[in-house]
Design a protein around this ligand. Structure first.
Ligand SMILES: N[C@@H](CCC(=O)N[C@@H](CS)C(=O)NCC(=O)O)C(=O)O
Length: 219
């Protein structure tokens, strides 16, 4: 049995999306981010990233993590690469080259895009996008995202997808990182190939299903 520890308002969305794409039978164990709770160590606190039982699963105290028939993995992108390769089919890399490209673009997204994209998503979540401070955050993050977006946009213009001639796990890994920057609409206006690729990814039934469950989860 596959157990996914996470929350739909967290990086676990990547794994839930993939699990829906693959049609996996899984158990979801809700684990909240400790920072969302006043007293995460209180006896009556819901299971969270600082709960002793969860720290036995992921000593980093972060979601998502999985227990796949006793094989425990943390780090969302590694989890997704593992699940795709284990279950095969069109979402999995079909060759060593596709596997390497899926790894390369996943690392690219997490090292060159995620930090700045999260700044944009945090500004949007805190409702400060229209303030001077919020505009300054968006401008600074957008400037730093210009180079990786240029590289990604050129790649998608030629290839259409991230690591193969079809939608794969690599598209999910990269799309779920690029999504955090979406509130910076002017940035996306400058990169039409990224915009078209992300729109198509987010129109997939498995993304929509994940997004519906996320919307129903307490903010
Ligand atoms: N690099 C890790 C980062 C995981 C991470 O930071 N997750 C956040 C939620 S999105 C978390 O669990 N934070 C702990 C907390 O806020 O208490 C991954 O991709 O899995």
């Amino acid at each position: 049995m596959l157990t996914i520890y996470g929350a739909y308002r967290s990086r676990a969305t990547r794994t839930y999306w993939l699990a829906y794409e693959l049609g996996l039978d899984f158990k979801s164990v809700p684990v909240l981010q400790a920072r969302r709770l006043d007293n995460p160590l209180a006896a009556d606190a819901p299971v969270n990233t600082l709960s002793p039982d969860f720290l036995k699963v992921n000593p980093m105290g972060q979601i998502p993590a999985i227990d796949d028939d006793g094989f425990v993995v943390f780090e969302s992108l590694a989890i997704n690469l593992h699940l795709a390769k284990k279950h095969g089919g069109p979402l999995a890399p079909a060759t060593l080259e596709e596997d390497t490209l899926a790894t390369m673009w996943s690392f690219f997204a997490v090292t060159s895009i995620e930090t700045e994209a999260l700044r944009i998503s945090s500004a949007a979540a805190s409702g400060t996008l229209d303030t001077d401070d919020g505009k300054a955050v968006i401008a600074a993050a957008s400037r730093l995202l210009e180079r990786p977006f240029k590289v990604l946009d050129a790649h998608l213009g030629k290839a259409g997808f991230i690591a193969a001639d079809r939608f794969t796990v690599a598209d999910i890994n990269v799309a779920e990182i690029v999504r955090y920057a979406q509130p910076a609409t002017a940035l996306f206006d400058a990169f039409p190939n990224i915009t078209a690729w992300l729109d198509a990814a987010q129109a997939r039934p498995a993304f929509r299903k994940m997004w519906e469950v996320r919307a129903a989860e307490a903010a």
